[in-house]
Design a protein around this ligand. Structure first.
Ligand SMILES: [Zn+2]
Length: 274
């Protein structure tokens, strides 16, 4: 608060002053960051504060900031809309199923950095499951979440965190190991419905469970990546064969006839560069 006062009244740094003023005034910027909260708080306080060192004012300011941030956080996490106003486009759609308040999470105390990293990625949707990577199709058109389907299995389900952790048969063996450990701690777990199992895992604070969950996420992710690498290698080999095949045909036809033939028959690889 003292610093904002300094920027407003004393600094000769015009660039800093300009940037600060823009942050305060810009609705677009304010919607994207916590300046939204700051702006309203500052509007309420800065202009009407006679003495900046007044402890009551500072204490009230902090209290209001905290309360505003909590309201803002709850609003952002619970909305169904994306930041661009798209229905069902909120990236926090999974996070809000198990995160109810701002608090320090137990998994952050795990010793294994990789486990902490993978669990965090899974919790905040900072991963490369289809729900994140398939936001747009090949023509850069928006793809609704219900069309971002898992291609690791044939269940025809959205590949999101829930599907990855609870449903996808690709990781069944690892999941069985995890569920066996969990059942040793909670006998009723196996009788929960799928969503409650998911929430139970994501909100668990027991380090034995968190360690096992970390193993599951790392292991399942490795399986997924390995499959993708194999598919890419197979696709590359197929491309090479198709290119050789196409060149062979090309040698028997003029270039014009060849491309016409490909277009007419909608040959799927006619766009390959060679
Ligand atoms: Zn799947």
């Amino acid at each position: 608060m003292k610093y904002t006062n300094y920027i407003e009244n004393e600094t000769e740094n015009l660039l800093l002053k300009f940037f600060y003023q823009n942050m305060k005034d810009s609705e677009k910027l304010s919607q994207l960051c916590s300046i939204y909260v700051m702006k309203h708080q500052l509007n309420n306080y800065i202009s009407g504060v006679p003495e900046i060192n007044n402890m009551t004012v500072l204490s009230n300011f902090k209290k209001n900031m905290k309360s505003s941030f909590h309201n803002y956080w709850h609003k952002q996490i619970s909305t169904n809309l994306s930041i661009h106003g798209k229905e069902g486009g909120n990236k926090l759609r999974t996070y809000n199923k198990f995160k109810y308040c701002i608090n320090y999470e137990s998994y952050l105390n795990l010793n294994d950095y990789e486990k902490r990293r993978k669990i965090a990625q899974m919790r905040i949707s900072a991963h490369k499951l289809k729900i994140e990577t398939d936001r747009f199709n090949g023509k850069n058109q928006y793809k609704a979440p219900e069309y971002r389907i898992c291609d690791r299995c044939n269940l025809n389900k959205i590949e999101d965190e829930f599907h990855f952790i609870i449903e996808c048969p690709m990781y069944k063996q690892l999941r069985d190991n995890l569920f066996t450990t969990i059942s040793g701690v909670n006998y009723h777990f196996i009788n929960y419905n799928s969503m409650n199992q998911f929430i139970w895992i994501m909100t668990n604070e027991d380090h034995r469970i968190l360690n096992k969950f970390g193993d599951f996420v790392i292991g399942a992710w490795e399986i997924r990546q390995k499959c993708l690498r194999l598919e890419t290698a197979a696709q590359n080999k197929l491309n090479v064969i198709l290119i050789q095949f196409a060149k062979c045909i090309e040698s028997h036809y003029s270039k014009f006839d060849f491309w016409s033939l490909l277009r007419l028959s909608e040959f799927p690889y006619y766009k390959i560069c060679w």
